[in-house]
Design a protein around this ligand. Structure first.
Ligand code: NDP
Length: 335
């Protein structure tokens, strides 16, 4: 067994590249009492990880320099000194980017591979799905016939937001960065309208596709796209502030137009949230998502790159729009 880990070797200012990371060989550590040895199967790469590469206070601490990056991982138990987990079990946890990981059983949750494909626990049935679920349904609270706009529409969170808005009877307008993505949103996910922000004038396209204004905006990207959407909000609009990916790699602070006046004159609500705010309701959220998935009311797509050595490419691809749906790295097959 040859073990490797990926560490943060320098803090990026701007777009991360190979100079900021290092892959190292490390020994496989035998499990102690209460621990298991895991083989990594799927690594989730997520935009929020970019924020953790900065040395800045946030809702999660920064990644430490010269320590492995970490995040959502699905893995298989290959040896166990735990009374809770046995060899062969599939688990999920917040784990270091390593091919083989020794971890305490208390840090892991066992998955039932018969319930849903194991990778779905990193996407539609996991953190991104729950982000869409709580952000849209609690803050956005779309009503039948209302217009919901979602940016970053073709990603892990955005694809679920649009489908949930449709389940609630709203009209959905999705904004994304390629015609392939637009085709997927419109034809497979039944979005009502789609806008390619790279080739269209977003303000004009929004005016055309939202003739009655915008009631709910689920903001995944910030920047110019959000300025354009916010200029069209209706009285009583709700804005779920989920992500600002267009700003994550800016080398210096961006100052956009001031939109507070729009919020004021429309008595609108803009609320930021972190999915963990809803931690005590995760089980209920995951159950409802799983039910809709089973009933065929929800569907999902994954973009999977193969090989541990492709992890950084998968991560940086989030900022160049390489993924449709959830971006994952497949490291190994289960035994
Ligand atoms: P995605 O699967 O949506 O991947 C990121 C996508 O963002 C890319 O595919 C790309 O699509 C788009 N993008 C990248 N750069 C830009 C840019 N400069 N301008 C506009 N779009 C861009 O990621 P997730 O679904 O995991 O996350 C979506 C957002 O939600 C992120 O901002 C993330 O930080 C946030 N988030 C927040 C959480 C919370 O708790 N608040 C939890 C999870 C995610 P395209 O081709 O369309 O450009």
């Amino acid at each position: 067994m040859h073990n490797e880990q990926i560490v943060l070797s320098a803090r990026p200012n701007g777009m991360p590249n190979s100079e900021h990371f290092r892959t190292e060989s490390i020994p496989v550590k035998d499990p102690e009492n209460g621990e298991v040895l895991l083989k990594t199967l799927y690594i989730s790469v997520d935009p929020y990880m970019r924020g953790r590469m900065n040395d800045r206070k946030s809702y999660v601490p920064p990644f430490a320099l010269n320590e492995p990056l970490s995040g959502g991982i699905v893995a298989q138990v290959i040896s166990s000194r735990s009374t809770e987990l046995t060899e062969g079990d599939i688990v999920i946890g917040n784990l270091p980017w390593q091919k083989f990981i020794t971890a305490p059983d208390a840090s892991l949750r066992k998955l039932d591979p018969d319930l849903a494909p194991i990778s779905a626990s990193l996407g539609i049935l996991g953190m991104p799905g729950l982000t869409a679920y709580f952000g849209l349904l609690d803050i956005g609270d779309p009503k039948p016939g209302e217009t919901v706009v979602v940016s970053g529409a073709a990603g892990a969170v955005g694809t679920v937001v649009g489908q949930l808005a449709r389940i609630k009877g709203a009209r959905v307008v999705g904004i994304a960065g390629s015609d392939d993505k637009l085709h997927y949103l419109k034809n497979e996910l039944q979005f009502d309208e789609v806008i390619n922000y790279k080739t269209e004038n977003v303000r004009d396209s929004l005016s055309n596709t939202c003739p009655d204004g915008v009631d709910v905006y689920f903001d995944n990207v910030g920047g110019d796209i959000s300025d354009a959407v916010l200029s069209l909000i209706n009285k009583g609009a709700r804005i779920a502030l989920c992500g600002q990916i267009s700003l994550y790699n800016l080398e210096k602070q961006d100052h956009g137009p001031r939109m507070q006046g729009q919020l004021l004159i429309n008595s609108a609500l803009m609320k930021g949230f972190i999915v963990s705010d809803y931690a005590q309701h995760f089980e209920q959220g995951a159950m409802e998502l799983a039910k809709w998935l089973k009933e065929g009311k929800l569907t999902y797509k994954e973009t999977i790159v193969e090989g541990f050595d492709q992890t950084l490419r998968a991560f940086t691809g989030l900022f160049t729009g390489d993924n449709i749906g959830k971006q994952l790295v497949k490291v190994a097959d289960p035994d």
